[in-house]
Design a protein around this ligand. Structure first.
Ligand SMILES: [Zn+2]
Ligand SMILES: [Zn+2]
Length: 360
């Protein structure tokens, strides 16, 4: 059955719940004060990215500074939660349940060092399958945006309203570091439009994403592509395009969800095994490292530890953690497990908790 990939949770609805987080060896010592993890949402919730879908010059500079190898990492490991650098609010076109205020309150409640609101900025007009659209509620953002042929034109980003909301939350929650940001869809295909958005203000965190691929004269998300193409071929094509994305665009500092098609991996093929695509992942990771970008550890489907290990082996300098939350309760989902995984793969928090984690 074709499915509407609504960068939020349609793959969850269609393919069933995401696999549980893998067992990870716990980190060994703590430098920062421990926090109560009982209230931290883990990976059982799964409303990630828009899959029917969803970064700056100032931020590029910020992100690149963040991966300065001269920085001294903390040698002893810390189990304090990392910052959530990938959260959507009501300012993302696909986040029906998003709330900047309530996400900030949740971040404070669970003890995050900071939260970044990385709203979708998409310029690729893409096509959702008519069959998939028939499975989603009429008030779903993609259903509302799609024309009768399934073609979806993402709405413009309201940067003015967004920055006013950021300022409001910074005043209301003075104890929380609130970062501005964007998630740029396919920025390498839309250089001028992306430059225009980035010129509208200071974005602290800018993510680069690939949500769709060319297909028969249009663009489609992986969940629709796999209905008429071999999922293995879709995965390989996606990773090749990732290498183009990171090489051709300097508009972002963090590569988001390198494993995005895994969210749509067909159940009948069994659990996704990254080892089948090791060469392709390493190629994409090497290009990302050479481009000076950080790799995101996204927790919609927690990044497989093999990929994080390959990132370290291919010279990756930094990792960024992102829940891809589209609702407040999903902020920092699964972070304790992936933080331990990142430590096991050779990455450590910086002395400044707002910074990305660096290699050791
Ligand atoms: Zn996202
Ligand atoms: Zn995304």
């Amino acid at each position: 059955m074709a499915a509407v990939r609504v960068r939020m949770s349609m793959s969850h609805m269609i393919h069933g719940p995401h696999p549980p987080e893998r067992e990870i060896a716990p980190a060994t010592s703590a430098v920062r004060p421990a926090i109560d993890r009982s209230e931290i949402p883990q990976a059982e919730t799964c409303s990630g990215d828009r899959s029917l879908t969803g970064h700056t010059h100032p931020h590029i500079a910020d992100d690149r500074a963040a991966i300065d190898t001269a920085r001294v990492p903390i040698v002893s490991t810390s189990m304090a939660l990392p910052s959530d650098n990938h959260v959507h609010s009501e300012w993302s076109w696909d986040a029906q349940s998003g709330s900047m205020e309530r996400s900030c309150a949740q971040a404070i409640r669970i003890g995050l060092p900071s939260i970044a609101f990385t709203e979708h900025v998409d310029h690729t007009v893409w096509t959702a399958s008519v069959e998939g659209l028939a499975t989603v509620p009429a008030d779903h953002p993609v259903a509302l945006l799609a024309d009768p042929t399934g073609q979806v034109t993402p709405p413009a980003f309201d940067s003015t309203g967004y920055f006013l909301a950021i300022e409001h939350c910074r005043e209301k929650f003075p104890g929380m570091r609130i970062l501005s940001g964007l998630e740029l869809g396919e920025p390498h295909w839309h250089e001028d439009a992306v430059r225009n958005v980035l010129s509208r203000g200071k974005f602290d965190r800018v993510l680069g994403s690939l949500h769709c691929l060319p297909d028969r004269g249009r663009f489609q998300e992986p969940n629709d592509l796999i209905t008429h193409r071999d999922p293995h071929e879709v995965m390989r094509t996606y990773l090749l395009e990732i290498a183009h994305l990171v090489t051709q665009s300097d508009s972002f500092g963090v590569l988001a969800h390198i494993d995005y098609p895994v969210r749509s991996w067909p159940a009948h093929l069994g659990p996704f095994d990254p080892a089948v695509f090791e060469d392709e992942f390493r190629h994409a990771l090497r290009a990302t490292s050479q481009a000076g970008k950080a790799l995101e550890i996204n927790t919609v489907v927690p990044l497989h530890d093999s990929i994080a290990r390959w990132w370290h082996e291919e010279g990756g300098e930094a990792v960024s953690f992102g829940s891809d939350a589209h609702e407040p309760l999903a902020v920092a989902r699964g972070f304790s497990n992936v933080a331990a995984m990142a430590e096991a793969c050779g990455f450590r928090p910086d002395r400044d908790p707002l910074e990305l984690w660096h290699r050791v």
